[in-house]
Design a protein around this ligand. Sequence first.
Ligand code: NSS
Length: 440
Amino acid sequence: MEQQQGVSQDFQDIGSVLSGGHAEGSVVRLRGWVHRWRSSGKVVFMTIRDPSGVIQVVARATDPFWKAAESVTRESSVILEGKVRKDERAPGGYELALTAFKVHGLADPAFPIAKDLSIRHLLNVRHLWLRSRKMNAVLKVRHSVFGAIHEYFRKNGFYESTGPMFVTAACEGGSTLFKLNYFGKTAYLSQSAQFYNEALIFTLGKQYLIAPSFRAEKSKTPRHLTEFWHAECEVAWCDFEGIMKVEEDLITHIVRKVLEERKEELKTLKRDTAPLENVVAPFPRIPYERAIDLINERNAKMALTYESDLGADEEFVLASQFDKPFLVTGYPVKLKAFYHKPDPARPTHTLAGDLLAPEGYGEIIGGGQRIEDTAQLQEQMKLFDLNPKDYEWYTDLRRYGTVPHSGFGLGVDRVVRWICKLKHIRDTMPFPRTMTRVYP
Ligand code: NSS
């Protein structure tokens, strides 16, 4: 029962008991935390949690460790041994009759998550709320999503690289830049690694990274963070059609992987997995004008024109009409960032598209083909009131051996939000950052 030095192999995890890995009557050794506790005076029923699950354990007044079991508090860390018993009434179908029980760290009885379960309070005690079954399940789905992204790119010939967080120019418009004093010079936090990714394709060909991006989003919406995790890739010799295929395959891979690895967690989150089973490439492609029509047909009050931008509300109306992810293609030039390549067949519109999640969730990927011609890039900067001086090195990429190239950025937190079917994006993050939240 003593704690050993180093990582001990002598403990089982609760998940292995719940999945029937130990015969009835056998004794298992566990370490975990007291999740729930009640006593009849003669019997203590506790649930103990560890990273893999929650199990009920029982102590009786005749047990030598009765005193410890009777006086333990919620969230205390404990080390125990118990005899495995199948019990239909116990959550998870198994129970342990304790044969040994030791408190390692007795928790202060004033554990602050009890009566007040308001959103605000749970965010204030986020460091403790992470122990909830809900957060445990979401964080494991998030883990699988990160793993699937790395796996997809690495299996498909992409090199992982990194970009700087301190940058000198906007990638996605000046209004959401976080400005800072960089030893007397103005710098910003990166909104996207895209320009740096573009530089890297001239040496790596196919490049990807997963990194934080920062946006001073002043709007309070359930899909915006000020610090979010961005999976971005860039591909040399690739056109719009080619990059849409990568987007579809990546999303299909992520969803497959989560369904494979996270059945239990999706059950804990009460996520109906039928719509996820449906996520298999290719996805529908909806030209921008058709998307506008679909929204107006469903909600005439929005009265959109073919020049209107799509915000969260518009995308909700659109994305509620689909039961699998879909792409909206050919956005008007004015609605997209300056670097998007205008469609040579229709120069008022871009070779750019967003990938939207169904069930009302909306945009999870933005991407497309980039302008590859120096003069055209400079023209476009003028059109967008940008100073070409701020983008000198970026323009060099066209001056020296330009190639057709395309890429995209996927909001990892948005993907987790959709897959877990969460109301708010902050619940996809261990420590979310929004306009009103930088603590803890
Ligand atoms: O602004 S994007 O649409 N596009 C870019 O940043 C490109 N420079 C990426 C690229 O091509 N390499 O953002 C991409 C995605 C978008 O679809 C969202 O899923 C996510 O990044 N995103 C966000 N997630 C959470 N919170 C905020 N504020 C946010 N902004 C974008």
